[in-house]
Write a protein that binds this ligand. Structure first.
Ligand code: ATP
Ligand code: CA
Length: 851
C-alpha cells in the first residue's frame, strides 16, 4: 500500500540556514518508551518531515536486529512512513540531496593517505643506511679535525648527499606505488545496484544510495547498506564476513533485518535502506581497518631469499676487504713510522676503510630487487588496467605468467553475451525468428490461446524487468538470457506486458546454476493458480507429460514425441544455440510451505538463443596453444551447444573429450586421472564440477590453474585456483571478491593479455637479477682484489654509492618496465618449482663478471 504522504513543498530543498531553524510545532517527535534509549530528533529532520533520527534507524538493524524497536516504530510500514519512503515507489528523486545531508551518504571513511615524508622516514630506517650515516658523521668530524674547513668535509658530505638521494628515490617510488593502489581501490568500489526511486527502477552507484531507497537484491550481490526486507523469495544471506558465522541466514518478513557486507547466497528480494555508510556495522568495520598491508608476492619471497644470500656474501667480502686493508696499513705503518705513533690522519684512513667496507655491503645487498619486482608488477598492473583487467593482488599477474591451464566459462567470456532468440519450436513447428518478417509470420501461424499462454509465461517467469528511462527508451535490466526472452516476448505482444506484470505472484523460485531452472506461481484473474517453469531444455522436458498443441489444447506427450523434441533440442544445440524450454501447469490449491512439485507440466515451447562467439577469441585460443597453455571450457549449457561453440573457438580438437558434469562426477579417481589431460569441454556443469576440475588438475598434474567465474557458486573454485579471474560485467560481487583479477570486459582475449604481461614481468625481473648480480660480482671482486694488491679501493665510498643507486633504481626502472613481446607466448610456461636463476643466467653472470 502507498504510505501516507505529507504535502510536499514544490520548492527546491531550503538552504541550510533555514533548515537549521527549529520549528518545533510542525511534527510531534516519535513516542518514547522510558525504558528504551532515547534518541534526539534534530530540528532539521522535523523541518523536512522526517520522524526518526539516523542513529535510531541504525540501531534498529544493529548487529542482530532489534525487534522491540522495530515493532515500536510500527514495523516496516511505520518506519517507511517515518522516513518518507514508499515501499513501492521508493524515495523521491528531489529528496535525495536532503536525505544525504540528514541521514548521511553511503561512503566509508577513506583512511588518510600517507604523506610523502612518512615514506622518507621509512626509507631512512634501513640499517645499512644508518651505518653509512654514522660513517659519514665520523668522516666529517675526523676530516674537519685533520684537514680543516672546507676541505675536510668533502668526503663526509659526498656520502651524505648520496644517502639522501637513495632515500629520496626510494621514498618517491614507494609513494607513487601507494597512490596507484588507492586509485585501484577506488576503481574496485564502483559497483552499481538496481533501485526503485520515484516509481522508476534504475541502476545506481552503491555510493549514491540513500536512506529510503528500495534496493533489488539477487543472488551474488553484496548487500551495500543496512535495511529491512520488504518482499522477496527464498532469500538466503551469508554474513560470515561480518559476524564470522558461516551458517547461512534466511531472511523473510518475520526476520527482516539485512546487514551491509553480507552476501546473497540464494533468492531475490527488495529491501528498504535504513542506514548507510559509517552508520552500518560494516561501515564501522571498514573504518577501523587500517593499512591493507601490501602482500609480498611469491616472486618477491623468492627474491628476498636471493637478496639475503647475496647480502651475506657481500658481508664476507666487506669484512675481508676491511681486514686486508687494515693489515696492509698496519704493516706499512709498522715498517715506516712504528705502530705506536698515531696521528689523526691515520684515524681518518681507518674510518675511510670502514666506510668502504660498509659501502661494499650496501652495493652487494640488491635492495633494488624487491623494488624492481614491485615496479615491474605495478607497471604491468597499470597497463592491464588500461586494457580492461583489474589486478587485485600484485602476485596474481606474475602467477598468471606461469599458468599452464585456463578453465574458462563460455557465456560472455568466449561469446559476446548479446543473446537473441533465433529459433523457436512451438506447437510442433520450428520457426526462425530473427527478422520482423519472421515474427509476423509466427504471429500468424500460432493460435491466440497458445500465444497468450506463451507470453504470460515469458512475462511472468522472469527475474528481469522492462523499464522506461527518462528519455522514454525501453531498457531491460537483468541477465542476458532473460533479456533475450523478454525482447522476444515484447516483439510478439508488447501491449500485454503491463497486464501480465500486474498478476500476483504467489511463489517464486529464482534461477540458480545448480537447479538450472526458475519457477513462478501466479494467481489467475479468474481464480486458480498457474505455475510456469523455464530452464535448461532437457531438465524441463523431463518434467512434462503433456504438451500444448497448435490449437492450444493440452495433449499427452508420447514417448515418440518426447524423442522428437529431444532431436529438435539437439539440432538447435548443434547450431551453437542455447536451448531453454518453458512449461506450465494449473493447480487449484497451493500448499504454502511446500516446494512446487517438479512434474505434471505441460510443455509450451522451446527457444534457441543465439550468442555469437566473440571475434578474436579463436586467435587468443591459438596463442594459448602456442604458449603451451591448455584451454578448457566449463559451461552450464547443453553438451551439443558447448561442443559447437568449443569447435568454433578452436578449443575442442580432434582428440579432445567433451563430457557432461554428471559423468565427470561419477568417475573414480583413477579414471579421472587418465581422462583429465584430454578433457577440453565440460557441459551442463554445476559449480562444484568446476571446483573438482581445479583441485584435480592441481593435485594430479601440478598444473598452475587459472579459472574464470561469474556466479556466486563459482567462489570456491575461484579461491582454490592459482589465479581466479572474475567477470566484470556479468560477474556477481561475490565472485569478484574471491578473484585475483577482474576482467572488466569479460573477454577471453583480455585473459590471455594478463598471461602475456605476467610472463613479461617474470622475464624482466630475471633480466634485472642477471644485470644486478653481474655488477655486484664485479664490484665485489674489483674492490677486494685491489685492496689486496694496492692496499686501497679503486672506487671510493661515494663512487660506490652512486654506482649502487644508478644500478638499483634506474636499472630497475629501465629493465622492469619492458612491455611483452610475441616471442614470450611461443614457449612453455615456467613450471612450479623451476629455479629462478637458470643455468644460462649463471653462465652469463659469471662469464661477464670475470671479463
Ligand atoms: N534466467 C534463467 N532462467 C531459467 N533458466 C535459465 C536462466 N538462465 C539460464 N538458464 C538455463 O540454465 C542453463 C545454464 O545456466 P548456468 O548458469 O549453469 O550457465 P551460465 O553460467 O549461464 O553459462 P556458462 O557456464 O557457459 O558461463 C542454460 O543453458 C539455460 O538453459
Ligand atoms: Ca557460469
Amino acid at each position: 500500500m502507498a504510505p501516507r504522504r505529507r504535502p510536499h513543498r514544490p520548492q527546491p530543498p531550503p538552504p541550510l540556514r533555514q533548515v537549521l531553524r527549529p520549528q518545533p510545532h510542525r511534527r510531534r517527535p516519535a513516542p518514547q518508551d522510558p525504558g528504551v534509549k532515547q534518541y534526539h530528533l534534530l530540528p532539521e529532520l522535523i523541518e523536512q518531515g522526517f520522524c526518526i533520527s539516523p542513529d535510531e534507524l541504525a540501531a534498529i538493524t544493529g548487529m542482530r536486529g532489534d525487534y522491540t524497536m522495530f515493532k515500536m516504530h510500527g514495523g516496516i510500514k511505520g518506519i517507511s512512513r517515518k522516513i518518507k519512503a514508499s515501499l513501492e515507489d521508493g524515495a523521491k528523486e528531489t529528496d535525495i540531496e536532503t536525505r544525504q545531508k540528514l541521514y548521511g551518504t553511503n561512503r566509508h571513511v577513506e583512511k588518510p593517505p600517507r604523506s610523502f615524508w612518512m615514506f622518507v622516514w621509512d626509507a631512512l630506517h634501513d640499517l645499512t643506511l644508518i651505518i653509512l650515516v654514522v660513517c659519514a658523521l665520523v668522516s666529517l668530524v675526523v676530516g674537519l679535525a685533520t684537514e680543516g674547513w672546507p676541505k675536510g668535509i668533502f668526503d663526509g658530505l659526498g656520502i651524505i648527499l648520496s644517502i639522501l638521494l637513495v632515500v629520496l628515490v626510494t621514498a618517491t617510488s614507494d609513494y607513487q606505488q601507494s597512490r596507484k593502489f588507492m586509485e585501484l581501490d577506488r576503481e574496485k568500489q564502483k559497483i552499481y545496484i538496481r533501485v526503485t526511486r520515484d516509481q522508476k527502477t534504475k541502476e545506481v552507484l552503491v555510493d549514491d544510495l540513500v536512506v529510503g531507497d528500495i534496493l533489488h537484491l539477487s543472488i551474488g550481490d553484496v548487500v551495500p547498506a543496512d535495511g529491512l526486507f520488504t518482499s522477496g523469495y527464498c532469500l538466503v544471506l551469508d554474513e560470515s564476513s561480518l559476524s564470522g558465522e558461516s551458517e547461512p541466514i534466511h531472511v523473510s518478513e518475520e526476520k527482516p533485518f539485512l546487514h551491509a557486507g553480507s552476501k546473497v547466497v540464494d533468492g531475490t528480494a527488495k529491501m528498504l535502506v535504513i542506514a548507510v555508510g559509517t552508520r552500518t556495522e560494516w561501515g564501522k568495520i571498514m573504518g577501523s581497518l587500517n593499512e591493507d598491508g601490501v602482500d609480498e608476492t611469491p616472486l618477491q619471497v623468492k627474491l628476498n631469499g636471493v637478496a639475503t644470500i647475496i647480502g651475506q656474501i657481500g658481508l664476507v667480502f666487506a669484512v675481508l676487504t676491511f681486514v686486508v686493508l687494515l693489515v696492509r696499513f698496519l704493516v706499512d705503518k709498522g715498517m715506516h713510522v712504528g705502530l705506536l705513533n698515531w696521528s689523526a690522519n691515520d684515524a681518518l684512513t681507518i674510518v675511510n676503510y670502514f666506510a668502504i667496507a660498509v659501502t661494499i655491503i650496501v652495493v652487494a645487498v640488491p635492495e633494488g630487487l624487491p623494488l624492481a619486482v614491485t615496479l615491474s608488477l605495478a607497471f604491468a598492473m597499470k597497463k592491464l588496467m588500461h586494457d580492461k583487467a583489474l589486478v587485485r593482488h600484485l602476485a596474481a599477474c606474475e602467477t598468471m605468467g606461469s599458468a599452464s591451464c585456463i578453465c574458462t566459462d563460455k557465456t560472455g567470456t568466449l561469446t559476446t553475451n548479446h543473446m537473441i532468440v533465433d529459433k523457436v519450436w512451438i506447437g510442433d513447428v520450428v520457426k526462425s525468428v530473427n527478422s520482423d518478417k519472421n515474427i509476423s509470420e509466427l504471429k500468424r501461424v500460432i493460435s491466440e490461446g497458445v500465444m497468450a499462454i506463451l507470453l504470460q509465461g515469458i512475462f511472468v517467469n522472469t527475474g528481469s524487468e522492462v523499464v522506461k528511462g527518462d528519455d522514454g527508451k525501453r531498457t531491460i535490466l537483468g541477465s542476458a538470457t532473460e533479456t533475450a526472452l523478454l525482447e522476444f516476448g515484447l516483439s510478439l505482444g508488447e501491449h500485454l506486458y503491463d497486464d501480465y506484470k500486474m498478476l500476483t505472484r504467489v511463489k517464486v523460485d529464482p534461477f540458480n546454476s545448480v537447479k538450472k531452472k526458475m519457477s513462478v506461481t501466479i494467481q489467475l484473474p479468474n481464480g486458480g493458480l498457474r505455475t510456469f517453469c523455464k530452464g535448461a531444455s532437457e531438465i524441463i522436458l523431463e518434467q512434462c507429460n503433456t504438451i500444448l498443441n497448435t490449437d492450444g489444447n493440452v495433449v499427452p506427450l508420447s514417448e515418440m514425441q518426447k524423442h522428437n523434441v529431444l532431436n529438435i533440442i539437439n539440432s538447435f544445440a548443434s547450431e551453437a544455440l542455447r536451448t531453454l524450454c518453458i512449461a506450465f501447469k494449473d493447480m487449484n490449491e497451493f500448499l504454502n510451505d511446500q516446494p512446487i512439485s517438479g512434474d505434471g507440466y505441460t510443455l509450451i515451447a522451446l527457444f534457441g538463443i543465439k550468442d555469437p562467439v566473440r571475434p578474436g577469441v579463436k586467435d587468443a585460443v591459438m596463442t594459448c596453444m602456442a604458449a603451451d597453455i591448455t584451454v578448457r571450457m566449463v559451461t552450464g549449457d547443453n553438451i551439443n551447444t558447448a561442443k559447437a561453440i568449443a569447435k568454433e573457438c578452436g578449443i575442442l580438437t580432434e582428440d579432445g573429450i567433451a563430457i557432461e558434469g554428471q559423468q565427470l562426477h561419477d568417475k573414480s579417481s583413477d579414471e579421472l586421472k587418465e581422462l583429465l589431460p584430454k578433457i577440453q569441454v565440460i557441459a551442463r556443469s554445476l559449480p562444484m564440477d568446476k571446483y573438482k576440475l581445479v583441485t584435480s588438475l592441481k593435485s594430479m598434474y601440478q598444473e598452475v590453474v587459472a579459472v574464470t567465474g561469474d556466479g556466486t557458486n563459482d567462489a570456491p573454485a575461484l579461491r582454490e585456483s592459482d589465479i581466479g579471474l572474475a567477470m566484470g560485467i556479468a560477474g556477481t560481487e561475490v565472485a569478484k571478491e574471491s578473484a585475483d583479477v577482474i576482467i572488466m570486459d569479460d573477454n577471453f582475449e583480455t585473459i590471455v593479455n594478463v598471461a602475456r604481461w605476467g610472463r613479461a614481468v617474470y622475464l624482466n625481473i630475471q633480466k634485472f637479477v642477471q644485470f644486478q648480480l653481474t655488477v655486484n660480482i664485479v664490484a665485489l671482486i674489483v674492490n677486494f682484489v685491489s685492496a689486496c694488491i694496492i692496499g686501497s679501493a679503486p672506487l671510493t665510498a661515494v663512487q660506490l654509492l652512486w654506482v649502487n643507486m644508478i644500478m638499483d633504481t634506474l636499472g630497475a626502472l629501465a629493465l622492469a618496465t619492458e612491455p611483452p613481446n610475441d616471442e614470450m607466448m611461443k614457449r612453455p610456461p615456467v613450471r612450479r618449482g623451476d629455479s629462478f636463476i637458470t643455468r644460462i643466467m649463471w653462465r652469463n653472470i659469471l662469464g661477464q663478471g670475470f671479463q
